[in-house]
Design a protein around this ligand. Sequence first.
Ligand SMILES: [Zn+2]
Length: 76
Amino acid sequence: MSRILFFVLLALAIYLVWRMLQKKQLPREGDPGVPRLAMVSCATCGLHIPHNEALLQDERYFCCEEHRRTAPPADK
Ligand SMILES: [Zn+2]
């Protein structure tokens, strides 16, 4: 009888470890170490692009090099 209990506990332990590994593979928003991807809009065409892919100039964001070049100067 104790042998059955041992295998039940072993199966439960394997299941719990498996679930922990599954959770680790799915990054959730708000988790530390998983920064939320901020979206910014291009100052020329208004296209929304991820912050890390945007080109920054004069505190404005652009989707591509061409829009950055052709943008009118920022009024200050
Ligand atoms: Zn653009």
